[in-house]
Design a protein around this ligand. Structure first.
Ligand code: DQA
Length: 146
């Protein structure tokens, strides 16, 4: 079995650290990727990190995970609330998925309350800041270990 996790960040998450810091905090995407790699490393897992503002590029990265990854951590950004195609891609590769949202989407606008991804996710981490990515990795590591 592959010892790799795919970390996927969707649209606008490249702006972490400067984007609405009162909502998303001051840590950058690079900080998130370092955190995820460090925590994964504690479980003997390595990480491929992908960020894109383009739905198709995210879907291609998810498909590629079939070859060499055993789980996916994804913050789909706004595509969470809009993209059946992203959900279908995640369901199609049949790897355990941890869905992460930095902010508490349920305490925000009603259009953020629906997620197309949650129904196929192994776990959902919401409103824990960037620490949510760490929780997601820990949970996936446990699932992979069986
Ligand atoms: C987000 C929440 C989404 O509603 C939003 O569109 C994002 C970030 C989060 O991490 O809290 O881009 O996924």
């Amino acid at each position: 079995m592959s010892r790799r996790i795919l970390l996927v960040n969707g649209p606008n998450l490249n702006l972490l650290g400067t984007r609405e810091p009162e909502i998303y905090g001051e840590e950058t995407l690079a900080d998130v990727e370092v955190l995820v790699s460090r925590v994964a490393g504690d479980f003997g897992l390595d990480v491929r990190a992908v960020q894109s503002n383009h739905e198709g590029a995210l879907i291609d990265a998810i498909h590629a995970a079939r070859e060499d990854c055993s789980a996916i951590v994804i913050n789909p950004g706004a595509f969470t609330h809009t993209s059946i195609a992203l959900r279908d891609a995640l369901a199609g590769v049949a790897l355990p998925v941890a869905e992460v949202h930095i902010s508490n989407v349920h305490a925000r606008e009603s259009f953020r309350h629906r997620s197309y991804v949650s129904g196929i996710a192994a776990c959902v981490v919401v409103g824990c800041g960037v620490q949510g990515y760490e929780f997601a990795v820990r949970r996936l590591a446990a699932l992979i270990a069986g």
